[in-house]
Design a protein around this ligand. Structure first.
Ligand SMILES: [Zn+2]
Length: 333
C-alpha cells in the first residue's frame, strides 16, 4: 500500500480533536455548510477531524459595570450559537469525554463549547454556572488585555493597561478558578501573563490547559510558554496545545512562509522537554491560525503525515491529536 494510503487509514482511526477554533460572529456564514471559513462541518468530515472546541470569544473591553454586562450578554449569545451548531442534525454537542467518544463512534462531528476570555463573567462568579449549563468545558482566563481575573501576556495600552494589574491573579481570579474546579470547567492559561499562568497552576486542583499556544524557546513571543512554564505545566499534569498562528510559530511568520514542518518543531520541543503526555493541537482556525499546508480543517491529514514522517507511532499521534486533552477534560469531570 502506498504511504499516503497507510497514513490516511491511520488518520481515520484517530479520535482527532482541535482544542481551539473561533465561530462566525456576526453570523455571516452558516457553519453547517461549505463556507470560506477554515472550519465548517463539511471540512471537518473531509479532514477526518472528529471533534472541535468552538470558542465564544469575548474581546477585552472596559472593566466597568457596562463593560461587564456587555461581555456577559455577548458570551450568552455566542454560546447559544455554538449549542445550535452542536444540536444541528449534522453534528453532536459534546460536553463530556464520553459524549466526544460517543459522537466519534457514531461518525458525528463533536462540538465542545468553550469561552475565550474570563471577562465574559464580569465580576459575577454565578455566571460561571450559567456558562456550564451550556456545556462549557474550559474558560481562557484572559484575552489580550488585563481583566478582573488576571493579568494578560499582552497588555492593552489603548484600554489603559500598565505592564501588570494584579501581579498575576486577582482575588476574584482565584475564586473563579475555585468555582471552575467545582463545576468541571478546565482552566485555560493561553493568553495569560506568565505570573498568572504559574499561579493558576498552583491554585487549580486539576490540571490546566494552554488551549492554543506555542513554545517560547522556538519563537520569543509573550503569548508562548517558556521552558519553566512547560515544566510547571507537566508537573501539574496539564497539556499545551500547539497553535497554527504563524507569528507564534516563528518570528516574521506568515501563512505563506510557515508550514507544518515549523509547527511540528514545537511539538517535538515539548515532547523532548516534558514528554509526549503533555502536548496537543489547537489550530486557532478562524482566529488567526492558518499554515501554508494546513489552511483549513479539511487538510488535517497533513498534520498526521508530518508526525508520521518524524517517527511518531499511532499511539503517540493519538495522544497528540486529542488523547492528552481528553485526559485533562476527564480529570476535571
Ligand atoms: Zn486566542
Amino acid at each position: 500500500m502506498p504511504d499516503s494510503l497507510i497514513t490516511n487509514a491511520l488518520h481515520q482511526r484517530l479520535l482527532t480533536l482541535d482544542s481551539h477554533v473561533d465561530i462566525p460572529w456576526p453570523e455571516a456564514e452558516d457553519p453547517f455548510f461549505p463556507s470560506r471559513r477554515c472550519l465548517d462541518i463539511p471540512k471537518m468530515r473531509e479532514g477526518g477531524l472528529k471533534s472541535v472546541c468552538l470558542a465564544a470569544y469575548i474581546p477585552q473591553g472596559a472593566r466597568t459595570r457596562e463593560g461587564f454586562e456587555a461581555a456577559t450578554s455577548r458570551a450568552m449569545a455566542m454560546l447559544e450559537t455554538i449549542t445550535r451548531i452542536g444540536r444541528n442534525p449534522e453534528a453532536r454537542l459534546a460536553a463530556s469525554v464520553t459524549e466526544i467518544e460517543q459522537a466519534a463512534a457514531e461518525h458525528w462531528p463533536a462540538i465542545i463549547p468553550v469561552i475565550e476570555n474570563g471577562h465574559a463573567m464580569g465580576e459575577d462568579l454565578s455566571n460561571i454556572a450559567r456558562f456550564r449549563a451550556f456545556g462549557v468545558r474550559y474558560i481562557t482566563l484572559t484575552h489580550n488585555g488585563h481583566n478582573a481575573l488576571a493579568d494578560s501576556a499582552v497588555a492593552r495600552r489603548d484600554l489603559g493597561d500598565g505592564p501588570s494589574l494584579h501581579g498575576g491573579l486577582s482575588d476574584l481570579g482565584r475564586a473563579a478558578i475555585f468555582e471552575m474546579n467545582r463545576l468541571g470547567i478546565v482552566v485555560d492559561v493561553s493568553h495569560t501573563a506568565r505570573t498568572a499562568m504559574l499561579e493558576a497552576i498552583r491554585v487549580s486542583k486539576f490540571p490546566v490547559v494552554a488551549s492554543h499556544s506555542c513554545v517560547r524557546a522556538l519563537c520569543d513571543h509573550p503569548r508562548n510558554l517558556d521552558d519553566e512554564q512547560l515544566d510547571a505545566l507537566a508537573a501539574s499534569g496539564g497539556v499545551i496545545q500547539i497553535t497554527a498562528v504563524p507569528f507564534f510559530v516563528q518570528r516574521g511568520g506568515s501563512v505563506e512562509n510557515t508550514s507544518l514542518e515549523n509547527f511540528c518543531n514545537h511539538i517535538d520541543h515539548v515532547v523532548q522537554r516534558i514528554g509526549i503526555e503533555h502536548v496537543g493541537i489547537g489550530s486557532d482556525f478562524d482566529g488567526g491560525g492558518e499554515l501554508s499546508d494546513w489552511r483549513h480543517a479539511g487538510q488535517s491529514v497533513n498534520v498526521t503525515a508530518e508526525l508520521v514522517r518524524r517517527g511518531y507511532d499511532e499511539e503517540q499521534i493519538g495522544k497528540i491529536w486529542g488523547g492528552n486533552f481528553r485526559r485533562v477534560l476527564k480529570a476535571s469531570e
